[in-house]
Write a protein that binds this ligand. Structure first.
Ligand code: G3P
Length: 217
């Protein structure tokens, strides 16, 4: 499963990238606002830093303007995956951008039927929001299971990009189901490295090694 970071914060992206485990980045208008930086400047910087797809989201609602925005974003780098919303205009734009060979991430997906439409429109990625599903009393991971079954039934190569990830259990379930990508906050990714038995085990080995008086280097 690929690991994307869901942020426009360059410091976090740099830290995650340094682990050697980062496969891409996703952003959205709220994350751009949080970063407090110019949209084009920050997306250009992320694309230069990361060796993988970088999602940049369009903001227009109509197909014509959305397409213009998408084409402009795609000029930043061939790593750009243009993000469009799961609407009729969004999927029309998806088809048009894919015809130009541009990667497209269809966002704000909340049902398996929407995911089916995005795959038919040739989306490179579909972004179902699991955390926001959980927020309103549904089980977000059931949506991922349904999409996996449907995409496998028909051999769609649209990648399932689990979004709105809030904690390690979302990431574990995504991997069990066979999602292609999970995009997550840096805090959630960092938690994956931690286990109390690893911490305690290391402390025990440190203590015993110190008692031997040996040195490896
Ligand atoms: O990629 C979409 C994601 O940023 C939404 O996350 O936590 O705002 O639901 P959240």
């Amino acid at each position: 499963m690929k690991f994307f970071l869901d942020t426009a914060n360059i410091d976090e992206i740099r830290e995650a990238n340094d682990t050697g485990l980062l496969d891409g980045v996703t952003t959205n208008p709220s994350l751009i606002k949080k970063a407090g930086r110019d949209f084009f400047e920050v997306i250009t910087e992320i694309a230069a830093l990361v060796d993988g797809p970088v999602s940049a989201e369009t903001v227009a609602h109509d197909h014509e303007t959305m397409l213009k925005e998408g084409l402009k974003c795609a000029k930043i780098s061939d790593k750009i995956a243009v993000k469009v919303p799961l609407t009729i205009d969004g999927l029309k734009t998806c088809k048009a951008l894919r015809a130009e060979g541009i990667m497209v991430n269809v966002t704000l997906c909340f049902s398996a039927n929407q995911a089916l439409l995005a795959a038919k429109a040739g989306a490179s990625f579909i972004s179902p929001f699991v955390g926001r599903h959980d927020d309103v009393g549904f089980n977000g991971m059931e949506l991922i299971e349904d999409i996996r079954v449907i995409y496998d039934n028909y051999g769609f190569d649209t990648e399932i990009l689990v979004a709105s990830v809030r904690h390690p259990a979302h990431i574990l379930e995504s991997a069990r189901i066979g999602a292609d990508v999970a995009t997550m906050p840096w805090d959630a990714m960092k938690k994956l490295f931690n286990h109390p038995l690893t911490t305690n085990g290391l402390a025990g080995f440190d203590k015993d090694w110190a008692a031997t008086g040996f040195s490896i280097l």
